[in-house]
Design a protein around this ligand. Structure first.
Ligand code: PGA
Length: 248
């Protein structure tokens, strides 16, 4: 049985002060959580000096694959470790599209995160053009295989399937589409790794998840939780989604 995960990707939102306040409000609003892990992913500046404990964890939104050196604007895994970061989003579609990250650099980040003891959340998903051209499965397969190149074990890896056309648009994939893609992802994982590992890897769905559709989305076979953007910025909406997943 895979433990469900709800991760909130704040993107470039909330100052350190706002973020700290937000987390304390979510914790106060949450009640008893018994079944799931919750990951807050603030911007880098909001990661320092946050005091949270399981089932709440900290995630970063990106990292670099070198330890230190002349890489202006980058953040290493060591720096994240010192902020008690336990997860890192890698290969988000906004990083791929706006910052030109390719599968090769994404793979280097995944490898470095694993080596450092931080769990990568590898994001994959097709654009609207790729979907319309019937290429979605090829793209997903390629992103998955390249992202996991040279990875020896899936043990600390999370996959997040996020159709790019569903991110921040209010559109979500249909239950059938999501179920099919999640099964496809698990099939690819089972071709690359042994059954025990591939069957135990969390596969999250992301793309316009909100408190109104969370119930339906979490009951789709193969969905082990969510990576949430917009709705993760609102105390009431985020807490409601967490409760829905916890109570499922
Ligand atoms: P969204 O973003 O929930 O606002 O669609 C999801 C994401 O980018 O991870």
């Amino acid at each position: 049985m895979i433990k469900s995960i709800v991760a909130g990707n704040w993107k470039m939102n909330k100052t350190p002060k706002n973020g700290k306040l937000f987390i304390s409000e979510v914790l106060a609003n949450m009640g008893q959580i018994s079944n799931i892990d919750i990951i807050f992913c603030p911007p880098f500046t909001g990661l320092y000096n946050l005091n949270i404990s399981p089932p709440f964890y900290l995630g970063a939104q990106n990292c670099y694959f070198e330890d230190s050196g002349p890489y202006t604007g980058e953040i290493s895994l060591n720096m994240l470790l010192e902020c008690n970061v336990e997860y890192v989003i890698i290969g988000h579609s906004e990083r791929r599209r706006i910052f030109n990250e390719d599968n090769d650099s994404i793979n280097k980040k995944v490898l470095k995160a694993i080596e450092s003891g931080i769990k990568p959340m590898l994001c994959i998903g097709e654009t609207i053009d790729e979907m319309n051209a019937g290429k979605a499965y090829n793209i997903i397969k390629k992103q998955l295989i390249s992202g996991l190149n040279n990875i020896k074990s899936l043990k600390n890896i999370i996959i997040a399937y996020e159709p790019v056309w569903a991110i921040g648009t209010g559109l979500t994939a249909s239950s059938e589409q999501i179920n099919e893609v999640h099964e496809f992802i698990r099939k690819i994982l089972s071709q690359l790794f042994d059954d025990k590992e591939s069957n135990n890897t969390p596969i999250l769905y992301g793309g316009s998840v909100n408190s109104a559709n969370a119930n339906e989305l979490i009951s789709i076979d193969g969905v082990n939780g969510f990576l949430i953007g917009g709705a993760s910025l609102d105390v009431i909406k985020f807490s409601k989604i967490v409760k829905i997943v916890n109570d499922q």
